[in-house]
Ligand binder design. Structure first.
Ligand code: 13P
Length: 336
């Protein structure tokens, strides 16, 4: 077993999932302003270290994705943030793209940037303790989109990023996110997500990526948020599994879904059904941002000194997601 494959399995085994706390300072500022908490670097650290030092991280989280600011911070418990995360048994990770910018040649779409100087930045992050990384390509659905250009150029960037990350001894999370926004059908989401994922693996092969040492982070197959189509969790699970079975090479050890704007309960219920119906060898777990943090953030905003209370809310959510990653979740457990 390769070192990279060992890292993947340490992060994803036994129902563990990934806590995505890699919001950029701009995004985190919006989240904090929405709950009337000033977005100072102290407050961003306080909320995040409250989660990192919880029982929830110890028991349910295999990896934590950090933002550049956070990986360089020292916690109030006198450990660096990567040390704090490692001491709970989880692997520290880092978002390394520099964001999605307007795609020249197709102005309604985005291309993710951050390849220039990446090799040097990766070495620094490795020294800081990171052992896995994230890069997110983003695609929107409408009649004409995603275009061939966006599918091709984002896949190319994801593959070049993955090659540099593996060269540096870390595991790349390959995240092609087809957004939920729009009035498209689930079938449209299925067809377009299939094309996006297929192209990503073509480019990964071209760049000689060791597929046993990556984690795929896809969206689930859903109808658009403003679509009138209502689709059951079972249908979401079936379409999602079909899409992945048809487009992901079997060497890939694990798939960790993003939540993408689903509610905490939807993201949990859908993951649970995916695991109940999973007839593949892929580990199917979570790499959630909002669907792990929303309730905890809301609770915390009422009293940012209530560490224990905030951790209890987070512990519950992480516990539910880990049950879902094993197909053992049920709605009754939410209120117990
Ligand atoms: P959400 O789960 O909130 O979609 O965030 C996951 C993520 O890391 C998006 O890049």
């Amino acid at each position: 077993m390769s070192e990279l494959n060992k890292i993947v399995l340490k992060i994803l085994s036994n129902g563990k999932g990934i806590l995505a706390t890699d919001e950029s300072t701009g995004t985190m500022t919006k989240r904090l302003e929405a709950i009337n908490v000033p977005s100072s670097s102290e407050n961003r650290l306080l909320f995040r270290e409250t989660l990192f030092s919880s029982e929830g991280v110890k028991n349910f989280i295999g990896g934590v994705i950090l933002f550049d600011e956070t990986i360089k911070q020292t916690s109030n418990l006198n450990k660096t943030i990567p040390e704090l995360i490692s001491s709970s048994g989880a692997v520290p990770g880092i978002k390394v793209d520099t964001g999605a910018k307007v795609l020249a040649g197709s102005h309604q779409e985005k291309i993710t940037e951050g390849l220039d100087g990446l090799r040097e930045r990766l070495k620094d992050y490795y020294k800081l303790g990171a052992r896995f990384t994230k890069w997110r390509g983003v695609y929107n659905i409408s009649n004409n989109y995603p275009s061939k250009l966006s599918i091709h150029s984002n896949a190319h960037a994801l593959a070049r990023y993955s090659a540099l990350v593996q060269e540096c001894g870390m595991v790349p999370i390959v995240e092609p996110e087809v957004l939920m926004d729009g009035n498209h059908s689930a079938e449209d989401c299925f067809n377009k997500t299939s094309k996006v994922i297929k192209k990503c693996f073509e480019e990964l092969a071209l760049h000689n990526i060791d597929l046993t040492g990556i984690i795929l982070k896809p969206n689930m197959i859903l109808a658009g948020t403003s679509s009138s189509e209502k689709i059951s969790s079972e249908e979401v699970a079936k379409l999602t599994l079909k899409c992945l079975k048809e487009n992901v090479p079997t060497e890939v050890p694990g798939i960790a879904f993003l939540s993408g704007g689903q509610t905490e309960i939807q993201a949990t219920e859908n993951l649970n059904l995916i695991n109940k119906l999973n007839d593949t060898n892929f580990i199917m777990t979570y790499s959630y941002g909002r669907a792990l943090q929303q309730s905890a953030l809301k609770f915390w905003s009422k009293n940012i000194k209530d560490i224990k209370g905030t951790q209890e809310v987070f512990n519950h959510r992480a516990n539910m997601c880990t049950l879902a990653a094993q197909g053992k979740w049920s709605a009754e457990l939410e209120t117990k």
